[in-house]
Design a protein around this ligand. Sequence first.
Ligand code: ZN
Length: 303
Amino acid sequence: MKSFNIPLVFHPIYSQLELPVRHRFPIDKYRSIYQRLKDDGVAESVFNTPQRFSVDKAKAMLDATYVDELVSGSLGAKEMRRIGFPWSEQLVKRTFTAVGGTLLTAKLAVEHGIAINLTGGYHHAFADFGSGFCMINDLYLAANKMLENDDINRVLIFDCDVHQGDGTAALCEQRDDIITVSLHCEKNFPYRKQNSNLDFGLDKHLENEEYLQSVKQALDLALNSYEIDAVIYDAGVDIHQHDDLGLLNVSTEGIYLRDRLVFDTCKDRALPVAAVIGGGYQRDIDALTEVHYQLFKAAFDSQ
Ligand SMILES: [Zn+2]
């Protein structure tokens, strides 16, 4: 992919987090995806380095007490268990840099039509608590950032991670300028679902064909029902048949076709799309990298 010129966002800190041995979170995947892109001929100039998101802005847009406690390490043991990571200063730095990455991706997408963050999709983060490896909801904050543009009056958050975007749904519930759509496995975490504008609770073991039909239906319905000016796409790959946490049966090719469908549809409608890689859980980092890599191939091929 030597002529790849879609703006990408990456910071080495994405993978710089010490976790307990056998922790299920594949923290090395971000560096691995970056390396894979470089090995495949993607130029260094394509990569943009994010700034850490401001704690004060997070406090203004979310629950200030929660943000303070997260930053200072004073959340209780129960709250940290719900997040799923041990607290550290590095965790906080990484979290705010990852969020900054999605905001930068949103800005680049508006300028260039498409941009991808090599992390992001913290959709289980609510205003006042974190959950499921998510602490600060980057999707919500990036949607708000996009809305600062005069010609963007409504943003679609299109979430194809296998888990419901419950935090995003709750944060956007009272907003008619942010439309949330979640396609997820119904019998999977989070067991208590929130109300997105459109929810598609998929059956376990769903395969490519039916899955892709659902994605197409969901995206068409959202774009035909609401006047959308920009899209944030959570391209979670925990829908993959070999994923440790997903329960669907979608192949690597199915993921490529899904990502193509989203990019092609947005291109047809001249909608800027900011994509994040979302969830994906396999112990074999090379195998997982290959699955996440489909997003970049699809973006490249859709241009
Ligand atoms: Zn997920």
